[in-house]
Design a protein. Structure first.
Length: 354
């Protein structure tokens, strides 16, 4: 789009003004990605860092109301924040680490551009998940939308991750749609750094899922497979974006802690499925002599293969519930057979019967 052309939005559910606000945040956090660990520490942050991020918010809110194209919108916000940071750095006695962080932020932000950071990140992740699923892959489209409140109704101090994602069940074998929902008003650096794990979860757990509709309280889809999603986030983080990877890994783990600790059926399913995955991993180590890393990989391979078996979700959930120590002898035998022949349909049938 030529500069200063009237603006629009790439996402049907996002009004142009919301889009510009989300884009400006995403574009600048992307530019600041090597410093997002420090900038995302809202709890332990000094007043000057918080003040600089508040300045950024104010400029975004003031400058994204104008109907300008994406590139111009981002450039105007960057220029305004640059001036505010320059003033802060010039006038205040600052501790050396704060001065270093704000100086780095000012320099890095100058590289922010108007291209869609969400679509770019999603493409990087879905490309890797496609390689994992091969023929079973459904080509996903990404939609970004605004939600009017925190997805877990939490305070930002406790839970800065004001983002969530979902993949409505697709009746179709070739396409799917992933939705990223952002509470735009509070969308900060920590939430941006949590986007890779959200996208990895949707791509690994839901896009290629063969079973019937996923339920939020499925110990398979939201538990065992989610455990595998963390494995893939870790494996892919540097390839997706080396600059973002330290923050992406750290915030993925923090979000995991929050998502597993609640009292909701979703939290319980997640925690239960993660525990089952650890039990199975331990079994591969102690009973089959695999290294911890090999055992971890075997659990993820099994989870991904199970996701492609055309059987009801209830059977896969039942499989997960049987993964508690000690494993039923028939299931141990079936797992040993699976290691040799990788026939996941037979394993599931044996687990259901065990
Ligand atoms: Zn899910």
């Amino acid at each position: 789009m030529p500069p200063d052309m009237p603006a629009s939005t790439p996402y049907v559910d996002l009004e142009p003004v919301r889009w510009r606000g989300i884009l400006a945040r995403g574009a600048i956090y992307h530019a600041l990605r090597t410093r997002l660990v420090a900038l995302g520490e809202s709890a332990g942050q000094g007043a000057h860092i918080r003040g600089a991020l508040n300045d950024l918010e104010l400029h975004i809110n003031a400058l994204t109301v104008d109907e300008l194209d994406d590139e111009t919108t981002v450039r105007r916000v960057v220029e305004a924040w640059d001036a505010a940071l320059t003033q802060k750095l010039g006038m205040m006695p600052l501790e050396a680490n704060v001065r270093e962080l704000l100086t780095a932020a000012r320099t890095l932000a100058r590289d922010a551009c108007g291209s869609d950071p969400f679509e770019r990140m999603f493409a990087q992740i879905s490309q890797r998940a496609r390689a994992l699923y091969g023929e079973a892959w459904r080509i996903p489209t990404l939609a970004v939308a605004h939600v009017g409140s925190h997805p877990r109704s939490a305070s930002l101090q406790q839970d800065p991750y004001v983002v969530t994602a979902r993949t409505p069940w697709s009746p179709d074998a070739v396409t799917s749609a992933v939705q990223l929902l952002i509470f735009c008003d509070e969308f900060g650096p920590a939430a941006y750094a949590a986007l890779p794990i959200l996208f990895v979860h949707e791509c690994v757990c839901h896009v290629a899922a063969k079973q019937d509709r996923a339920k939020n309280d499925s110990v398979f889809a939201e538990g065992l497979l989610d455990w595998a999603a963390y494995y893939f986030l870790d494996l892919w983080a540097s390839g997706i974006d080396p600059g973002l990877s330290p923050a992406a890994r750290m915030h993925a783990q923090r979000l995991r802690g929050l998502l597993c600790q609640g009292e909701t059926p979703e939290s319980r399913a997640r925690l239960y499925g993660h525990q089952s995955a650890e039990t199975l991993r331990g079994w591969f180590e102690t009973r089959c002599g695999h290294s911890p890393h090999e055992a971890e990989e075997l659990v993820t391979v099994l989870a991904v293969k199970l996701n492609q078996v055309d059987r009801p979700l209830t059977e896969k959930d039942l499989f997960v519930t049987k993964l508690s120590d000690p494993l039923p002898p028939d299931l141990e035998e079936a797992l040993r057979a699976w290691e040799d022949d990788q026939n996941t349909e037979d394993l599931l049938a044996a687990a259901v019967a065990a």
